[in-house]
Structure formats: C-alpha cells, structure tokens
Design a protein around this ligand. Structure first.
Ligand code: 6PG
Length: 631
C-alpha cells in the first residue's frame, strides 16, 4: 500500500508523513525532494508553479511509485492539489490518500512559523486556489497536534475496509477453487453466492470459515454490497450455470459502471457470448467470454484459460489470468487471448468435443481389453501405465488408470457405476456447429451419440436379451493384439485432434477471428482435461502446418499403423464390441485418404431424381450439367 499525505504547503505533510511512516514501519519519501532546482528557485521567489512546471515532477514521482509499492509500500508526502495530478500518480493499484484539511489561518500561522522551507507564505493563496479537495480517502483536520492527527489517521486506516481487486460470483466447485487460486496468488477477492432459503445460505461465509489461512477473501450474499467492495474498474468473474448468465447480467448491470469488466468463465454457448458482448459493449462494459478447463483441481492449482471478446477488456484482466493459469513446460502461462466475440467459448466448446472423443476412445480400448481379451481391470491399469510412460501420456489416461484400480469394500468401484453417460451440452453444440459449417466431425460426434445411446439403458438391456449375444472373447496372441490396439488408439487420437482443430480453423477463417492454433495447442498442454504429450507435439506442429494428417512425421506413423487400425476395428466389431469413436475415426481416415470416392454416384442420384446438376471430371471449368439418366 502507498499512503500519500496530501494538502497545501504548510498543512503538515512532512511532519505527519514521517510520523505515520514510523508507525506503519514504512519508508518515507518527500515529494519536495523531487522538485528541480529551477522549480525551487521559482517558488523561492514567491511565484506559483504552473501545471507545465509540475508535470515532470509528477511524472518522476509516478514512475517511482511502483518500485516503492513492490518493495512493500511507502508513505509519501505530496501536495497533489488537483485531481489531474492525483490521476497521474495512480500508477499503482493501492493508494490511500490522506488529505490534511485546515483553514487558511491555521495553515498561514504554521507557514509563518517555519523559516527554512523554500515555500514562502505568500504562495498559500495560490495553493488554496489550485486545491481540488478529494472526494475520497482519509480527511483529517490539521488544527490538532501532529500526534493526534497521526492517531486519527492510524485508526481510520485500521477501520478502512480495503476494496478487493477481483470479484467471483458463484461458489460452486469451480468458482470457489478459482477464488482461492486468485487469493493464493495474493489477489484480494470478494466472493458472492446467491441466497436461496434452505438451499444456499451463507455459502461465501462458509468458504471463508473453511479457509482460515486466507486473509484476503471477503464473502457476500448481497449483490450490491459485493459490487461496492470492488476496486474500479471492477473485475467480476461469473462462475455460474450457463442457463442463468442472462439473469445474473440483468441483476449486475445497474450496479456496474462503464469500464468495468464482466468475465463469463463457464461453459456458455459462444453465440450467446457474442450476443452478450454486444449488449454489454453498448453500455460501456467489457464482456470477456472465457473458457476455463481443468476441473476442480485445475481451477484451484492452475487451469488452462481461453479468454475471448473485446481486447481492451482482456487487457484489464490478463495479468490475473496469467497469475492463476497452469504453466507450460517452458514456464509460460497456459492462457492466451483467443479472439474477439465468442472465440474463447467457441474454442472451449471444441476442447470439450475433443474431450468427449478422447474419453470414449479410452472407454472402447478398455472394453476391448476387458471383454474381448478378458484382461482384469488391474491388468488393464498396468497396460495403460506402460502406455502412459511410452509416449501416450495424457491426463485422461492417468485418471483412467486410477479408476481401474479404485476399490470400494474390496470390489472395483467402476463395476458399481451405472453405464449411462451424461452430458451438459458442449459436445453436442460442437457437433451442431460442425454441421452448420460443413466440417466432417465423425469421431467427435460419434462420441456424443455414444453417450446418447448409453442413456437408453432399459432398452439396451431388453435388446441384449432379444438378440441374446454377448461380447465374444478372442483367442489371439495377446501381445500382438495389445500392440494392434495401441496403434489403433494412437491413430484414433491423431484423427480426433485433427477433426477438432479443423472445425476451429474453419470457423475462425469464416468469422475472421485469426485464431493462432499453435497457441491454442500450447495452452492445452497443461491445466486442461485434454492435456497430453500429443498436445505438446501439436503445439510445435501447428507452428508450420495447417493439418495434422498431412504432416510428414504424422503421415509416416499413420502409414505404419493403418493396417492394425483397420484390423483391430473390424475384429472388435465382429466380436460385438461397439467402437463408435474408433470406427468413425477409421472411416474418416479412409475417406480422407480416398482420391476417388463414390460421391460421384451421390451426385448422379441427386441429378437423376431432382435435376440438382453435377460437375464433370472432364470439364475442369466447373460448370454444372444436367443429364437425362433414364436408360
Ligand atoms: C473441463 C471440462 C468441463 C466440463 C466437464 C463435464 O474442461 O474442465 O470440460 O468444462 O464441465 O467435462 O462436461 P460433460 O458433463 O458435458 O461431460
């Protein structure tokens, strides 16, 4: 904290400042020591300084303040008579202004009593004329003794409730963890959670009680008090369910001011984010739609953060995002400005599409190993552990290994979990956007649909009885099968990522968002759910390539895996193992690497029944033809 003791010449700034510095155990700086000899000479002659004379002096002090604050704070005596001077000095976020207020007579008496100072009493009137009393800060009457003044200032400082740098609304798992992450990095945080009688009562106070070591968090369940507790421009992070964002914004807007920043850190649909950005921009408020990935642990210890929206708003919050984000392997924060409008939430949505496909691919590998190869969960965990350390490392694989080993009352907990996968929407949204933009989204949409099919549990049980067939075990060379599966799994992962990035590339190009894909892969190398060794490779690859599958190294690997990939998928399906993601990935790969596809037949059929026309291979100009197909 910087304490600036201000007021006209003779109000006692140096005396009070020195005493206060001693009490607060902070260094003291006197702005008088920073006047140029030329300015001092002007003042000695009884001539007041002009704004122009004061500018270099104020600039020098303003430049010194950050270092003084960095070093632990300071008490500074400086007249800072005008609001514009004080604005110049606001180069640090925490300034407490202490204004020494007194009548002309009191101050004149003091000025006349001091003879060593370069300011002659005659300058007092010009100072009083220039003075614009601050409407904020601590005001003290200088008719008291210096001792009494300092006592009063000290009491006021103690009772002063400092404003928080950052506000978090919504103290569910993610909101609470992010608030504590910020506070753990030294940011003062105000936390708000709504009051719902009998359901959500005193939530913010509870977070404070549960975290007694944090002295820089405050809790509120009244929105206006929460907003008033924030420094300006206010920075408010919404960590609430996507369905209630509009209601929360409606409640917040009357309490905010132009220049404030609202950050939506939840999984909102990017088109809603674009709409909200427009609405808030029209009121002078920055709306930064921000994807945050990493679950509870990530949020608390370092998530991957994907902010998008107005750049000016982003710049006001970037230092906080960088503070709390995970670090990549070079130590850089796993956050970057993604692009305008809803670009941040769009990228997070695609992250989740890839997440769905990666989870489903692992589930398929597990299913094959457990039921076709008849390995025990412990054996599968051991096998996956060997993958984890041989180039296939990923967070999702790591948690899968734990899940395969987790026991409850001596039995595998996984076997007690109902096989109905739920979803909150992001995967489906990506599939919808892929359709809208005409991007082949095979394995990622297959993962979404696999969850939908899993939800039909009752029907599946009946159908299983109707068809009376179980997964058939396979009698093969186990080592060979595991090798084939590993290759198929690796190939599937390249394709899953290729599809996700392709969707982002296409939408970014059409929206002119100019997303940097190497940066996206880099901020996904740590903190987020799909962090992996593969992502490290992609961060490098996208520096020079547009497409994963045509990158020479990847193509070499895919060529060596393609046989095993096709064999494994066909074997699995023959043995009644549904492999929606692996088979969709294989289909994508086969389609993508087919120069002459049967789409000519589709075009002929369209033209046959609907005169939809077709283009010809032998007519490169690309005109459209229609034929009478009847024979
Ligand atoms: C993340 C996750 C997270 C998401 C969960 C659950 O990146 O931290 O993607 O945002 O909420 O994955 O999503 P589903 O309920 O749709 O599976």
């Amino acid at each position: 904290m910087i304490y600036i003791v201000m007021g006209v010449s003779g109000s006692g700034k140096t005396t009070v400042g020195l005493m206060l510095a001693e009490r607060l155990q902070l260094p003291f700086y006197d702005a008088d020591d920073y006047h140029s000899p030329a300015s001092i000479a002007i003042m000695r002659q009884g001539v007041p300084l002009t704004d122009e004379d004061r500018l270099p002096w104020l600039n020098e002090l303003a430049a010194a303040l950050p270092a003084w604050e960095e070093a632990g704070g300071a008490v500074v005596a400086c007249s800072a008579l005008k609001e514009s001077y004080r604005k110049l000095l606001m180069t640090v976020p925490h300034i407490t202004w202490i204004y020494l207020d007194g009548t002309r007579d009191t101050i004149l008496e003091r000025l006349q009593a001091r003879n060593a100072h370069f300011m002659p009493p005659v300058l007092l009137d010009s100072q009083l004329e220039a003075l614009e009393k601050p409407a904020y800060g601590i005001h003290v009457d200088v008719s008291m003794s210096p001792e009494q003044i300092v006592n009063q200032v000290e009491t006021k400082i103690k009772h002063m409730i400092p404003l928080s740098e950052f506000g978090v609304i919504g103290l569910g798992v993610m909101g609470k963890s992010l608030a504590l992450n910020l506070a753990g990095h030294g940011v003062s945080v105000s936390m708000f959670n709504r009051h719902v009688a009998g359901k959500e009562e005193g939530i913010a106070e509870q977070v404070i009680r549960e975290n007694p070591s944090f002295t820089n968090i405050k809790g509120f369940d009244q929105l206006d008090e929460f907003v008033q507790s924030l420094e300006k421009p206010r920075k408010v992070l919404l960590m609430i369910y996507a369905g209630v964002i509009d209601t929360q914004i409606d409640a917040l807007l009357p309490l905010l001011e132009p220049g404030d920043v609202v950050i939506d850190g939840g999984n909102s649909y990017f088109k809603d984010t674009a709409r909200r950005t427009q609405l808030l921009t029209s009121q002078g408020i920055h709306f930064v739609g921000t994807g945050i990935s990493g679950g509870e642990e990530g949020a608390r210890k370092g998530p991957s953060i994907m902010p998008g929206g107005p750049k000016a708003g982003y710049q006001l919050i970037s230092k906080y995002l960088e503070l709390i984000a995970a670090r990549d392997r070079t130590g850089k924060p796993c956050t970057t400005y993604v692009g305008p409008e809803g670009a941040g939430h769009f990228v997070k949505m695609v992250h989740n599409g890839i997440e769905y496909a990666e989870m489903q691919a692992l589930a398929e590998a597990y299913h094959l190993l457990r039921h076709m190869l008849q390995l025990t969960p412990a054996e599968i965990a051991d096998l996956f552990s060997s993958w984890q350390t041989s180039g296939l490392g990923s967070y999702l694989l790591e948690i899968t290994i734990d899940i395969l080993r987790k026991k409850e009352d001596g039995e595998l907990l996984l076997d007690k979990v109902l096989d109905q996968a739920e979803q909150k929407g992001t995967g489906g949204w990506s599939a919808g956007v892929a359709l809208e933009y005409g991007v082949p989204y095979d394995s990622l949409s297959a993962a979404v649909m696999a969850r939908a099919l899993s939800a039909m549990k009752t029907e599946r049980v009946q159908a299983a009885q109707l068809y009376g067939q179980q997964i058939k075990s396979i009698d093969v060379n186990q080592e060979e099968f595991v090798k084939q599966l590993k290759n198929a799994y690796q190939a599937t992962r390249y394709i899953n990522h290729e599809i996700g990035f392709r969707l982002m590339q296409q939408v970014s190009a059409q929206q002119s968002w100019d997303i940097n894909f190497s940066e996206i892969a880099r901020i996904w190398t740590n903190g987020c759910i799909i962090r992996s060794q593969l992502m490290e490779e992609l961060a490098e690859l996208y520096k020079t390539q547009q497409c994963i599958l045509t990158a020479p190294d990847v193509a070499g690997r895919m060529r060596s895996w393609q046989q095993d990939f096709a064999y494994l998928v066909s074997q699995g399906m023959q043995h009644r193992v549904a492999l929606p993601v692996m088979s969709a990935a294989l289909n994508y790969f086969l389609g993508y690497t087919t120069a002459d596809s049967p789409a000519n037949l589709i075009q002929a059929q369209r033209d046959y029944f609907g005169a939809h026309t077709y283009r010809r291979k032998d007519t490169p100009s690309g005109e459209h033809f229609h034929s009478n197909w009847k024979v």
